[in-house]
Design a protein. Sequence first.
Length: 301
Amino acid sequence: MSHDHSGSADSADRPSGTSLPADPVLSDGAPLSVSLTDTDLRVLDTLLAPLRAWTSPRFYGLENIPTEGPVLLVGNHNLMGGIDAPLLLPEILRRRGRLIRGLAENVLIAVPGLRDILHHFGAVRGSRSNCLALLARGEAVIVFPGGGREAVRRKNEKYALKWRGRSGFARIAIEAGAPIVPVAMIGVDDAYDIVFDGDHPVLRPLRWAVEGLGLSRDLTPPLIRGVGPTVLPRPERFYFSAGAPIDPAPWRDADDKHAAAVELRDVVRKELEEEMNFLFAERERDSGRTLFGRLRGLLKR
């Protein structure tokens, strides 16, 4: 296990012989290069200020993210997905000087206007070719192998990884020669309760609507509650941790590419689970985990 929260990680050189596109092009007219202005950063900070104040996030191990060169950040989706990750990306930009390129769901990229906003802040359609094109340019890309199913949890699936059959990210890392940094996130699953999950008979009309959109019924979102009966999340602290980079080089020359990708996926999953366990331990010893605890800590100063 290469569990490291204190040391820095050098960026990995791309090995020779990788088959990255010579002249990468992104789909949907997405720009290859994205640079946020000071105004963009102020807008992000303003939009995220209420969430930051409510969740008081803590970040560990961000020095493990290389400051240059291609890198694949691999994270766990929490309940409903997309609630916590927006806090991580500006933090990495501030601390490591890197804009993380996100892979957006097809259903989001299909919406005009929203697609333009996503492109402006560096996100692209979540496809293999787009991911390889970004890594070929030395970009940092974040992926969530569990996808939508990991985000639309069922009851008794708190912080569960849904990676069965999901080894594509590992295949891409091997092909691109990009190190993988496991990134754990916890907090959201503690901030909400699932009242009815997507399999409950009460949500049958919603399942029909999901299927009507051409999506799998497994992606039917649950009915959730946070503070009281509302969808306002309980003010649980959010925790983030980046582990030590995993070099895909040992799997590059394997004869069975699929088996190599599955093996690397399992290594990454184990390391990500270690990062999550580290955060669970931090959460348990944190007197400021809740808003009440944080306020009590301020009054003691």
